[in-house]
Design a protein around this ligand. Sequence first.
Ligand SMILES: *Cc1c(COP(=O)(O)O)cnc(C)c1O
Length: 370
Amino acid sequence: MNKIPPFDVSQQYQQIGDRLNQAALDVLASGQYIGGQTVSQFESEFAQYIGSKHGIACNSGTDALYLAMRALDIGEGDEVITSPFTFFASAETISLTVAKPVFVDIEAHSFNINLDLLEAAITDRTKAIMPVHLFGRPVDMPKLMAIAKKHDLYVIEDCAQATGAVSNGEKVGNIGDVGCFSFYPTKNLGGCGDGGMMTTNDAALDEKLRILREHGSPKRYYHEYIGMNSRLDSLQAALLQVKLPYLDKWNAQRREISDRYSNLLKAANIPHVVTPHHCPGSVWNQYTVCVGEGKRNDVQAKLREQNIITMIYYPLPLHLQSVYSNLGHQKGSFPVTEDICDRVLSLPMFPELSIEQQERVVSTLQDILQ
Ligand SMILES: *Cc1c(COP(=O)(O)O)cnc(C)c1O
């Protein structure tokens, strides 16, 4: 049996390789490898796609989160609220600013932070909320923004897995103070290396983010802040510029694939498998089912034997990571997150996944569990 991988970024290259080759060669011939027109053009095209006034490119989604918090003066003594069920970078960047990550448990059906528990976690030190639009599923932003406004908190959106996702008619990343995006190759808009972007509608924040990503330096060799070197290469910008016009098509394909998975799984009615909640605004970076009764790891191993490769995002919640033992959490602190971590299984998901491949995934799952 042929292998069905969890993602396959080489297929985009097969579709538009000629255009990517040409874009890369143009940059190589130009001699403009850092900054310049290609980067600023891509910044404005991306900002326009999101609907934001400003787009500030940087080296990764991680840097985008860190720089956003630095631009908002978040640091020592501050608290930032986020989800314990996310990629490590969400909390890691809070810690890098020397602020404290404060976790709030998730909702089982959306995998996102439970907004009904949010207000109880707000203290005098809370400075910001970092919603994470996990797996491409948007957090209910009108509800979150109302809480943020009431308590005068900044909102930094972690949109790393959700480029193009929509909450209440608005693209994520254009709702909070700063939207933070990743162009890691497996994200919905993936480059051929690392890359990131921040979006904002605030001119002062735009300016500060540009200064911070370039050594805190508004003018070469004059430094106003301790910043960093976090630029997007011209080469990556040129490649992403080629890919951006395809993003809506690729996201629509992901949506179609998720609908088909859900229909196939419902028809198969496999015991212990729960399909993800319907979510029209999602861009389906992952299609994640829950496998109950302690069977998840076994199911994953058996799928692998049949050459179907699935992923576990994430096996250990952030509050139980060894590096965060100082935060004083233990098993049971966030029961929904802990339960979900034991059950999640992300099925193969990429825009080019074929109907036959999906049918094979579902029928193999059925064979294993029935
Ligand atoms: C990928 C990811 C990041 C980090 O992005 P990088 O570009 O890999 O640094 C941050 N948060 C979430 C939720 C992610 O999935």
